[in-house]
Design a protein around this ligand. Sequence first.
Ligand code: HEM
Length: 601
Amino acid sequence: MHPSNYRMRLSLDFLRIIVLPSVLFHLITTHLTNMHLGLLTALPSYLGFIICCSISKSFLTRMLQHARRQRSGAKEIPCVRGAWPGNVDILMKMLRAFKTSYILDVYLQLFEEYQCTTLNTRILWTDHIITMDQEHIKFVLSTGFEHFWRGRWQKERMERFLGQGIFNRDDEMWRMHRGNTRPFFARERISDFDIFEKYTARALNIISSTSNQYSGQTPIDVQDLYSRFALDAASEFLFGQNLDTLSATLPVAGKTKMGPKGSATEDPWGSFASAFEMAQQVITARSRVGYFWPVFEIFRDKNAPNAEVVHRWLDPLVKSALGEKERMEKAGICSPVAEKNFLQHLAESTDDSIIIRDQLLSLLLASRDTTACLLTYVTYFMAIYPEVANRLRTEVLEHCGATGSITYEQLRNLKYMRAVINETLRLYPPVPLNVRESRTGCTLPPSDSTYKSSYDADAADPRPLHMPGSTAITFLPLLTQRNKELWGSDADAFDPDRWLEKERLSRFVTNPTMFTPFSAGPRICLGQNYAYNEASFFLVRLLQQFDTFSLAPEAQPVGSLPPLEWKRRKGRQAEEQIWPAAALTLFVKGGLWVRVAREAH
Ligand code: HEM
């Protein structure tokens, strides 16, 4: 069934779970037993039979899973035991926590409670695995790649927005996209910094004029600015046209409303950004509700209006690329791949405008929100740790001077800059959680060492674990990358030196999958080096011009400052001065409002 047809899927489930058992019950009572049910007894009897069928099916599935486990010598993934049937209380707790708790804390609490790093939440009797286990994440992404795919449920949630793009397809279609996209991230393409130079200059001009360079009085939402910078640069890099969002209306401190992620401006660009972000929020909300989300969208696909706004921006670009291709074909001109941009190359590979548009949108999503997130959190750290900004600036001035062009080699020599970027990606990975689905049942390797010395005998049991088939697995790099067992007792602290000191770095060198901000295995991020270059380039220019960054909490929109109760909790949340939140990618709720200035002359 096509993933966009979620209503049909729901109807078939209704038939399977409710209608079929009812028909069966009717046949049994009327034809086999000649029972006559009165009005009062009919409803509870039918209901009872339906529930019995579901319980029997669940029991049978568990028996089969047990047999498979016995055969493979694997143990069962520990299961959350809620107080209410179907773990409904756990579902309610999670839904509440997603609104007010620190990012992913609700999962961390479950892992701590059950003393394990992989758990089955079994909400509404449906297996759903969550993991922060480094070994299991490595298996899902890399060593056991063939056992997993994005799967039916994820496609169903994302179809209306991301359609047939690379993030929403598996197998043949994914391979086609990956093969088409990879050449555009070759070293020579991503080391040409002209595009970064152009858009960095525009973004820094905005900072200068908005924040009044020498006094830095006016706060600016840098998360919004970085999103525009990343999108404009990516649009020129990918399809040779600038979406020119840096020229559109900017958010104004104290006056701008809070959008789905950060600030929301009221102009055509604002409506695009809002729809783009809202679509991600809708997908996230669907995954939180789980398998039954279509029940809440029977009459209205919540992503239809968002997709429409976003498509309205992209469709003319696709049309023009297909038109250009036709003209070139008629004129008998065939230019080599090296001379084409990504959109032209995509148009060469297919005439299907929907596939082209979906892939274009996927790449815009990949490049805008992730890079903006990285730059936003680096700026946050420079604001709360001025010594980090000073050390960065000293390195920049030493290797790149105060002006002049920047080369790939110069960026490579900025060791402290790379350490700051990595440390930011460790604590705030732009993709903090992700989901896959098992194709068939398989065996996960034994858990990592986190709870090996636990008092809980089951946690210390070194056997592998049985992963049921057709089951979703949510993995949480943000928690793995803050795991004290892997990173040491100071795992929650921002300390770029852990990437520079040989002994501390050896933890990661001997075990690289404890740090996977760009994912791992066959689906590893294609834009990794592009992102490192872009972020480093931007930071060099930023630090050549400015040296002081300070948070402006009074400019944050109402409801976007961290709740006071976080102060009483352990870990980073106790000292957090912003509210990290996630909707596919990580962001700062309400935007990151800072004053940027130049004190030194
Ligand atoms: C700091 C910046 C970035 C981070 C942290 C990041 C992270 C990731 C992650 C975690 C994935 C795996 C997603 C999944 O499998 O579900 C991914 C995939 C991908 N990323 Fe990035 N990304 C960044 C920047 C970029 C940029 C700038 C581009 C392109 C302009 C890009 C293009 C892609 C593509 C095409 C994929 C899909 C790969 C596939 O499925 O085969 N990324 N990225």
